[in-house]
Ligand binder design. Structure first.
Ligand SMILES: [Zn+2]
Ligand SMILES: [Zn+2]
Ligand SMILES: [Zn+2]
Length: 122
């Protein structure tokens, strides 16, 4: 439950166009099954397709919380988020700033901005 609150707090911060905080970590808790690595409904029968049931995922720092899924790793229920591949964060470059292609909105028509993968940061 703590995790859900953390996500809510973060998603609240995502509103507006300011640059989100970069985190300098080389692994993150997998968002897809909230770090448990298995589907809570099916237990050990169902390993997480994102982290392979380890609950942790190696990333290239710095990373920012995924703007598309607000760090949940999911889009529309059980589908993994295309932008972060279910991880809940995306890697950005050290010098990353507001994406010049979409001006930080992360959007391009009905799709997400390919320059920043919908993150608003590139
Ligand atoms: Zn996982
Ligand atoms: Zn995502
Ligand atoms: Zn963009």
């Amino acid at each position: 439950m703590e995790y859900a609150q953390e996500v809510l707090a973060k998603s609240g911060k995502l509103k507006g166009r300011r640059i989100r905080d970069k985190r300098f970590v080389d692994s993150v808790t997998c968002a897809y099954y909230k770090g448990t690595g298995v589907d809570p409904k099916y237990g050990n029968m169902s390993r997480c397709p994102i982290c392979g049931a380890s609950g942790q995922i190696k990333v290239n720092p710095p990373v920012v919380t995924c703007r598309k899924c607000f760090g949940t790793g999911r889009e529309g229920g059980d589908l993994s988020c295309l932008a972060c591949k279910g991880v809940g964060v995306v890697s950005v470059s050290q010098e990353a700033g507001t994406c010049p292609a979409c001006k930080g909105t992360g959007e391009a028509g009905i799709f997400y901005c390919t320059t920043c993968k919908g993150q608003g940061i590139a």
